[in-house]
Design a protein. Structure first.
Ligand SMILES: CC(C)(COP(=O)(O)OP(=O)(O)OC[C@H]1O[C@@H](n2cnc3c(N)ncnc32)[C@H](O)[C@@H]1OP(=O)(O)O)[C@@H](O)C(=O)NCCC(=O)NCCS
Length: 232
């Protein structure tokens, strides 16, 4: 059992909490609605060598069981991202390695309905500070396909440093894809990144509004007579 799991982290309307079996219906609904949005960035299973059976995609419950056991072993932090109290995506700190390395990597996605509101940078800032200031990790990595401009912006806005390209690094959307590596070490953020991110956003909010306001058909818009959507 890990002393550092389960954990919940919050900043304003954005939260990180452990993924759980009862998230299944919401997770399915969000993933189905966002199929086109997520597909270009989603991991896929590489071709199986002749004579081997291809591994089966786990069910949601199997996935949660695996993630929880990895979390309790101290190798992973499998979070659900919440926005205004509802599930809005996933953030996973994976590959936690101690010894002389003390590093991990972060992966994430959000519902397209909340994209552009700074939800993921806030979630990554929360996770980064937790990893550096609470767990004592030294190095975090975010690997992004060069074509994924929004995800590169998440890393850049939080001060993650572009380190280079790993050719054909991960099997994504049906093929081996190059990835850019963004890195941050604890020395580069001695007070964490959340404070820096807060200050950055406070500066932005005094200028032109950079956060997308909820639209008419937005599942996150406050309920009105014409909008009663609730995906909870
Ligand atoms: C990458 C991702 C997590 C960013 O999350 P987010 O909460 O929208 O992050 P931000 O609000 O900071 O927006 C990041 C960038 O997205 C773009 N963006 C802004 N509004 C947007 C909108 N309505 N729709 C799509 N992208 C938008 C902008 O380029 C923005 O950068 P900017 O702030 O410099 O203008 C999200 O786009 C996503 O889940 N994409 C699909 C899955 C994915 O790419 N996962 C990461 C794999 S490495």
């Amino acid at each position: 059992m890990s002393a550092h799991w389960p954990v919940e982290l919050t900043e304003g309307e954005v939260g990180l909490r452990p993924i759980r079996a009862r998230d299944q219906a919401t997770w399915r609904e969000i993933n189905q609605r966002n199929r086109t949005w997520l597909r270009p960035w989603e991991s896929t299973i590489p071709p199986t060598p002749p004579g081997h059976f291809p591994p089966r995609r786990p069910t949601f419950r199997q996935m949660v069981r695996h993630l929880r056991s990895e979390a309790h072993a101290g190798r992973m932090l499998p979070f659900v991202v919440t926005y205004q109290g509802r599930m809005a995506g996933q953030l996973t700190v994976a590959g936690i390695t101690w010894g002389s390395m003390c590093s991990a990597h972060i992966g994430y996605w959000v519902d397209s309905a909340v994209a552009g509101r700074g939800v993921m940078p806030t979630a990554v800032a929360l996770a980064t500070d937790h990893c550096f200031l609470t767990l004592g990790l030294h190095r975090l990595e975010i690997c992004v396909r060069p074509e994924n401009a929004p995800s590169r912006r998440v890393a850049e806005k939080l001060g993650y440093r572009e380190e280079g390209v790993r050719p054909r690094f991960l099997h994504i959307d049906g093929d081996w894809r190059d990835h850019m590596v963004y890195t941050l070490t604890s020395e580069e953020a001695p007070d964490g990144v959340l404070r820096r991110w807060r200050e950055q956003r406070a500066g932005e909010s005094t200028g032109a509004p950079s956060l997308r306001a909820p639209g008419r058909d937005d599942p996150w818009a406050p309920p009105t007579p014409g909008n009663k959507t609730d995906i909870r």
